[in-house]
Design a binder for this molecule. Structure first.
Ligand SMILES: Cc1cc2nc3c(=O)[nH]c(=O)nc-3n(C[C@H](O)[C@H](O)[C@H](O)COP(=O)(O)OP(=O)(O)OC[C@H]3O[C@@H](n4cnc5c(N)ncnc54)[C@H](O)[C@@H]3O)c2cc1C
Length: 395
C-alpha cells in the first residue's frame, strides 16, 4: 500500500509552500496568517485577506478543478485539497465556499446570465459569499427550513430569519436557501437564491460565540429580488445544497492543523516544568501523549480514506463522517489533555502574563467544540455512518 503523494502532487505542494513562504514575508502577512487563532482571518472584514485571495487567483489557485470553458484547469480535486491543507496549516483562508459550493453549483445549474455575472468574479477572487442555511428551528434537520419566498410578478419576496451565518457582516453576496413551495414535501419545496448582502430589507445582527468566533443572525423583511436571482430550477434547491456538500466534503477536512497542534502540545510538555522537571518526564503524561499520538495516526488514515474515495470520483459520505467524528473529538481530547497537564497556567488567555504559548491552549479549548457542530454535528455524522454505512435506517 502506498500512502505517499504522487510526484506531481508533491511538486504542487512544494510550489504552494514556496508561494506561501513568500506571502509570509509580506508586511501584511499577520492579517492573513493566524495559526494560533483558529479561522481568525476568515471571521472579519479584511482588505488584506481579499488582496491575498486575489494573489491566489493570479497564481492560478482558484477554480483549478473547474472545466476549462469556465476558466478552470480541469485538474483533479485532490490539488484543491492539498492547497487547503497548506493554507490551513498556516491559518490562512481556505478555498471552498466560492469556487466550490457556489461556483460549481452555478456551473452545473445556473443560467447563462448567472454564469457570466458570477464565474469570472469568483475566479478573480473579487467577491466573498455567506451561506444562509441554518434557521432558529432548522439546523441538523435543514430540510425543515422556513424562510419564506413568495413569487410576486417578476420578483420573489423573502421574509423570515437565518442564524449562524458566518461572514454575513462583510460578505458581498448571500447564498440563501428558502421555502418556495410550502405545500410540497419538505425536501421538494426549497430553492436557492443569490442576494447582495447589502440588499434593502436584510438586517445582520452579531452573535458572539466561544473562542471569539463572530457569527450572525440575518433578518429578511420583504426582501424583493428579481426572479433571475433564483439559482437553477425552482424547488430544486435541496438537490443543489446536498450536491455542493458532496463535491466539497473532502476539501474542507484538513488534518494538518491537528498535526500541528499535537507538535505544539509535545513542545509545551517538553518546555513546561513542574516541581523542577519537564512535564514530559511525568509517566502519566507520557502514557497519555503516546495514546494521543496513536489516535492521531488513526485520524490521518481515516482522512486518507476520504481523499482516496473522492479522488476516485466517489462520494465519501461515510468516510468523511467517520473522519469528522473522530478527528473533531480528538481535537477536544488533545486540548483537554494539555490543559490538564499544564494546570492553572494553561487557563491564562492570549496576552496574559505567564500564559503558556501565548494562551493558545485556552483558545483551542474554546474553539474545538465548534468543530463538532459546524458542517453537521457529531450526532448527525453518526447517523450518516449508521444509515448509509451500515444500512440501518430509522423507520
Ligand atoms: C463555527 C460554526 C459556523 C457555522 N456557520 C454557518 C453558516 O455560515 N451558515 C449556516 O447556515 N450555518 C452555519 N452554522 C450552523 C451549523 O450548520 C448548525 O449549528 C448545525 O447544523 C447544527 O444545527 P443546530 O445548531 O440548529 O443544532 P440542532 O440541529 O438543533 O441540534 C441540537 C443537538 O441535537 C442533536 N441532534 C439533532 N438532530 C439529531 C438527530 N437526528 N439524532 C441525534 N441527535 C440529533 C445535535 O447533534 C445537537 O447536539 C455554523 C455553526 C458553527 C458552529
Amino acid at each position: 500500500m502506498d500512502f505517499n503523494l504522487k510526484p506531481q502532487e508533491r511538486k504542487f505542494v512544494e510550489e504552494v509552500r514556496a508561494f506561501l513562504d513568500a506571502q509570509a514575508e509580506r508586511p501584511d502577512a499577520a492579517e492573513v496568517m493566524a495559526p494560533d487563532r483558529d479561522a481568525h482571518s476568515q471571521l472579519a472584514n479584511s482588505p488584506e485577506r481579499r488582496a491575498f485571495n486575489r494573489r491566489m487567483a493570479e497564481q492560478g489557485y482558484i477554480g483549478m478543478s473547474w472545466p476549462k470553458e469556465f476558466g478552470g484547469q480541469e485538474i483533479e480535486g485532490i490539488y484543491e485539497y492539498l492547497l487547503n491543507e497548506e493554507l490551513a496549516l498556516r491559518g490562512m483562508p481556505l478555498i471552498g465556499k466560492g469556487v466550490g459550493c457556489i461556483g460549481k453549483t452555478i456551473i452545473r445549474h445556473g443560467s447563462e446570465a448567472m454564469k457570466a455575472e458570477f464565474l469570472p468574479k469568483i475566479l478573480a477572487a473579487d467577491i466573498e459569499f455567506a451561506l444562509g442555511y441554518s434557521e432558529p428551528s432548522s439546523g441538523s434537520d435543514l430540510a425543515s427550513l422556513r424562510l419564506k419566498a413568495v413569487r410576486d410578478g417578476d420578483e420573489w419576496v423573502l421574509n423570515g430569519q437565518k442564524v449562524w451565518t458566518t461572514s454575513a457582516h462583510f460578505a458581498d453576496w448571500y447564498w440563501v436557501a428558502a421555502r418556495t413551495d410550502p405545500d410540497a414535501p419538505k425536501h421538494k419545496g426549497i430553492s436557492v437564491f443569490l442576494i447582495p448582502m447589502d440588499h434593502p430589507g436584510l438586517t445582520v445582527r452579531e452573535t458572539k460565540t466561544m473562542g471569539d468566533h463572530r457569527t450572525n443572525e440575518v433578518f429578511f423583511d420583504n426582501v424583493r429580488v428579481p426572479a433571475d436571482r433564483l439559482v437553477g430550477e425552482e424547488n430544486k434547491g435541496w438537490t443543489y445544497v446536498c450536491e455542493a456538500l458532496d463535491f466539497e466534503r473532502f476539501t474542507f477536512y484538513t488534518v494538518n492543523p491537528l498535526l500541528r497542534k499535537f507538535e505544539r502540545a509535545v513542545e509545551a510538555l517538553r518546555t513546561t516544568n513542574r516541581e523542577g522537571r519537564p512535564l514530559s518526564e511525568d509517566p502519566v503524561i507520557r502514557r497519555d501523549v503516546a495514546r494521543l499520538a496513536t489516535d492521531l495516526e488513526t485520524a490521518k488514515m481515516l482522512q486518507r480514506r476520504v481523499v482516496n474515495e473522492a479522488s476516485k470520483g466517489r462520494v465519501p459520505a461515510v468516510e468523511a463522517a467517520m473522519y469528522k467524528v473522530f478527528s473533531t473529538r480528538l481535537g477536544q481530547q488533545l486540548t483537554d489533555f494539555v490543559l490538564d497537564a499544564l494546570g492553572p497556567t494553561g487557563l491564562l488567555r492570549h496576552g496574559a502574563q505567564g500564559a503558556v504559548d501565548n494562551g493558545v491552549w485556552e483558545h483551542f479549548y474554546q474553539t474545538t467544540p465548534l468543530d463538532t457542530i459546524g458542517g453537521g454535528t457529531s450526532e448527525v455524522q453518526k447517523n450518516i455512518i449508521a444509515r448509509r454505512g451500515l444500512g440501518l435506517p430509522l423507520n
